[in-house]
Design a protein around this ligand. Sequence first.
Ligand SMILES: O=C(O)C(=O)C[C@]1(C(=O)O)C=C[C@@H](O)C=C1
Length: 255
Amino acid sequence: MGEAELSLAAVRDALVREEDSIVFALIERARRPRNAPAYAAAAAAGGRSLAEFFVREAEVLHAKAGQYQKPEDVPFFPQDLPSPLFPTKDYPKVLHSFASSVSVNDAIWKMYFNELLPLFTVDGDDGNYAETVALDFACLKALSRRIHIGKYVAEVKFKDASQDYSPLIRAKDTKALMNLLTFKAVEEKVKRRVEKKARIFGQNVTLEDNADKQEGNAGDSECKVNPEVLSKLYDLWVMPLTKDVEVEYLLRRLD
Ligand SMILES: O=C(O)C(=O)C[C@]1(C(=O)O)C=C[C@@H](O)C=C1
């Protein structure tokens, strides 16, 4: 995201676009059952699970290809990641220099595997473990990107009202910062919109004319991911973690 794009409306548009990626990533993962063996410690990978092994190896490849240069692209395993092998374009630096080190990926990892997966995948084991963990990686990346865009939201809010934010930052008043950056009405709209997206993107599209089955009218049980799971995901985890990123960024904004 560049300087010219840095307005609250533009950053919120970016968050809206990320919703599509998250809903589609979940729909794709939901094609496979839980596949628990993909998450069990495996001797072949030094006691790591296939899921962790896959994400670590994938991040090494992505880093070599030039990923993780932007503050919203945060790796889950940043230790010892290689530098890009190919030239990367310099993106405009619109955030404070510490921005890349703000990460809530550990919390996203735990939330995804412990809380979210059981909510939108069915019990079962079809043996497609490699495909399953690749789909998990796509979900994790989409969630992490959305949540870390919170850094830009925080920067815009700070720039727009530094007189309100600065005293709270100096006082390290986390609670007051959290209140100041929270817009309950926006959160309600976000929840309703992701639920609607899950209903629209997750229905089966046919060519038959059927008055009961117009787009957007699919019953929740016919959707590939239950739309209520999306609203819950945003309510309990995505928005709270985005706000944690905002607070963490703001607390260091005057350093
Ligand atoms: O849109 C904002 O102002 C944000 O800070 C983003 C966000 C969100 O995560 O969607 C988080 C906090 C606000 O209460 C509303 C929405």
